[in-house]
Design a protein around this ligand. Structure first.
Ligand SMILES: Nc1ncnc2c1ncn2[C@@H]1O[C@H](COP(=O)(O)OP(=O)(O)O)[C@@H](O)[C@H]1O
Ligand SMILES: [Mg+2]
Length: 461
């Protein structure tokens, strides 16, 4: 048995004999880290594979090619998690045998939500919660605080994957939580827990167990300071579903977003609020996002964006102050920076708003991230409002994409957006002119259709 040093890319997981500045496999810069691996263990490795394969015979009956027509297409059965917001993100509930990776900043509430889900699902199902981060006592204290008590839920404070597998093969739980994948380790591998080889091994092993015994598995993943899940990208490729827990730690709202989902859409978000009793669902995100907003002050406008199939209203705020130095400063939170800079350029060119002499800041209230171009109109209105020092009337919402010539372009789901604004008590919504679907009459909301920003600015201010 000999050990040798290799360099592993943290992005793609490829191994190299020497260090390089750039990974030649995936092209990322400065991602190779040094790791020690044991060689000359082929026999041992085979035995290991064969030994642990006693319980799980790889993919079983699926390992024969079949005709498409022979494959049954029954709906995957789903296990409700007890939190409808979480079910929505998963695409209607948890699929047995699937692997779900949950990433997020420290303290955002990953362990909390998983413990809550376990208590909801633990009625008639056996659940194993493996924690490599907290002691049994710490988990018990949290469970008491959250009011979780469930006899089918077993807590296991362990990091050695061999012991975990051994326990799972014996007890066959239906739901497994591993908190976190970075703390688990295979004692047969040399590198420390959290290294690329360990994470890759742990994930592959859990995948095998999940598929063999049809265990729905949650993996908690740490995130790096860039915000992606720590470890090789292949971790995200292995699992069926990648969820990110986002939100401002200092504020109560938390959003779960699916980045990858083999069993549903990746557009849905689940909104939660952190309280002393854990995470509560926010069934109506619009009213949560709009609560406490200032009325009739310049620099604020309500955008109506779609999060998956659900319209959400949120406040966009803008601030413009004279530039002290030559270069004006731009800063955005919650909207795409480049998109915001483009909208400022459009305002400067087509509406004569001299933003080049102003530092401009844009913020989406409530920690929401708006990636949709339909938020353009509200951004433009918020900036114009602060610049002209005139408020956008408090009962006005806006949805529409702004083009480079200052035209207002159509956006999808216009009817849903109008209905949401109507439901939330808005009296007026500004939408693109070309959307014929918007021309329908609504009882409690006036739909104002415009074709370019100059028209809007003239009429609103
Ligand atoms: N006694 C408490 N009362 C209210 N909130 C608490 C309490 N203890 C912890 N929290 C909240 O729970 C969060 C920790 O959640 P946790 O699930 O441990 O996060 P993660 O597992 O993502 O690191 C804290 O950031 C805090 O907001
Ligand atoms: Mg935790």
């Amino acid at each position: 048995m000999r050990s040798k040093t290799v360099f592993v890319c943290t992005e793609c997981g490829n191994e190299f004999p020497k260090w390089m500045g750039k990974c030649t496999a995936c092209g990322s810069w400065n991602t190779l880290v040094e790791e020690t691996v044991i060689t000359g263990r082929q026999n041992g490795a085979k035995k290991r594979g064969g030994g642990s394969a006693a319980g799980f015979d790889a993919v079983g009956q699926d390992s024969v090619p079949r005709r498409l027509s022979e494959i049954s297409t029954e709906e995957e059965p789903r296990i409700p998690t007890g939190l409808s917001e979480f079910d929505r993100v998963l695409g209607g509930g948890l699929v047995p045998g699937s692997l779900v990776l949950l990433g997020g900043d420290p303290g955002i509430g990953k362990s909390t939500i998983l413990l809550q889900i376990c208590s909801h699902m633990g009625g008639e199902r056996k659940i194993l919660y493996v924690s490599g981060e907290e002691s049994l006592r710490q988990i018990k204290l949290r469970a008491d605080r959250l009011g979780v008590s469930c006899d089918n839920l077993k807590i296991y404070s362990e990091t050695n994957t061999e012991n975990i597998i051994e326990y799972i093969s014996r007890e066959k739980p239906e739901i497994l939580v591993v908190d976190s994948v970075q703390t688990m380790f295979n004692p047969n591998l040399e590198p420390a827990p959290g290294s690329v080889s360990q994470i890759r091994d742990v994930a592959a092993m859990l995948m095998r167990v999940a598929k063999t015994f049809s265990i729905a598995t949650f993996l908690v993943g740490h995130v790096t300071k860039e915000g992606s899940i720590a470890g090789p990208k292949i971790l995200e490729h292995i699992v069926d579903c990648v969820l990110y827990f986002e939100g401002d730690r200092n504020r109560a709202y938390r959003i779960i977003r699916a980045i990858k989902n083999r069993f549903g859409s990746t557009n849905e978000i689940g909104v939660f609020e952190m309280g002393p009793n854990g995470l509560d669902e926010v069934k109506n995100p619009s009213s949560a996002m709009l609560s406490g907003r200032p009325v009739n002050v310049p620099g604020s406008c309500i955008a109506c964006t779609m999060e998956g199939t659900r319209p959400v209203l949120a406040e966009i705020q803008a601030l413009a102050t004279p530039t002290a130095f030559g270069n004006p400063r731009r800063m955005t939170t919650g909207v795409d920076f480049n998109r915001a800079v483009m909208l400022m350029a459009i305002l400067e060119k087509h509406a004569g708003i001299r933003l080049s002499a102003y530092d401009t800041y844009i913020n989406v209230v409530g920690g929401l991230r708006m990636t949709e171009p339909a938020a353009d109109l509200a951004i433009v209105l918020a900036i114009a409002s602060v610049f002209k020092n005139k408020p956008v009337p408090e009962n006005v919402a806006a949805a529409g994409e702004v083009g480079l010539t200052g035209e207002i372009r159509s956006c999808s789901f216009i009817e849903n957006r109008i209905q949401e604004a109507e439901k939330m008590g808005f009296g007026k919504i500004i939408v693109p002119h070309i959307d014929v679907r918007a021309a329908k009459r609504y009882n409690n909301i006036e739909v104002c259709q415009y074709s370019n920003i100059l028209q809007i600015l003239k009429n609103v201010f």
